[in-house]
Design a protein around this ligand. Structure first.
Ligand code: FE2
Ligand code: FE2
Ligand code: FE2
Length: 167
């Protein structure tokens, strides 16, 4: 990897993080009664997304949907099989209960991501799209359910109102 390729990776990571960080800052500003500061954070967040996507395009890491699904499955599988279990172990040893919870939610939810992506990959290999469906995403743990909301989230136990619709 050239130095510039390395820098593109670093810049993509940084800009992606800035996007999510600014959206979280925007929410906080809204809650503190600064709607215009919130708007500025949202505008900057959008701008960082433009930067992130430009870097990503140059990195040529967006491939065919079949390849992208394979990449996604590899990433999700690594996260739930190796990365999160290790992170959880360390957080437990350090007595950081909040981190244990956050990592555990993510680990449990990534399993579902990998499964859904595998279904997507099978479809695409057969030359067809997935069946149309709405998705509902738990705003506490990230669990995805398709088709209809659940009474309670199977991962974190949150009620139906905590699910956001991705229509
Ligand atoms: Fe930027
Ligand atoms: Fe995931
Ligand atoms: Fe949940």
């Amino acid at each position: 990897m050239t130095k510039t390729e390395e820098n593109l990776r670093a810049a993509f990571a940084g800009e992606s993080q800035a996007n999510r960080r600014y959206l979280a800052f925007a929410e906080r500003a809204e809650r503190e009664g600064y709607p215009e500061v919130s708007r500025l954070f949202r505008a900057a967040a959008e701008s960082e997304t433009v930067h992130a996507l430009f870097h990503l395009r140059i990195m040529k890491e967006v491939k065919s949907t079949k390849e992208n699904l394979e990449t996604a499955i590899t990433g999700e599988t690594y996260e739930y099989e190796k990365m999160y279990p290790e992170f959880i172990e360390v957080a437990q040893a350090e007595g950081n209960k909040a981190a244990v919870r956050s990592f555990s939610y993510a680990k449990d939810v990534e399993i579902g991501h990998a499964e859904r992506y595998k279904e997507g990959l099978e479809s695409v290999k057969d030359g067809r799209d997935l069946e149309p469906t709405d998705y509902f995403v738990c705003q506490i743990c990230g669990y995805i359910v398709a088709g209809e909301t659940l009474e309670t989230c199977p991962i974190c136990g949150s009620p139906r109102e905590k699910f956001k619709t991705i229509g």
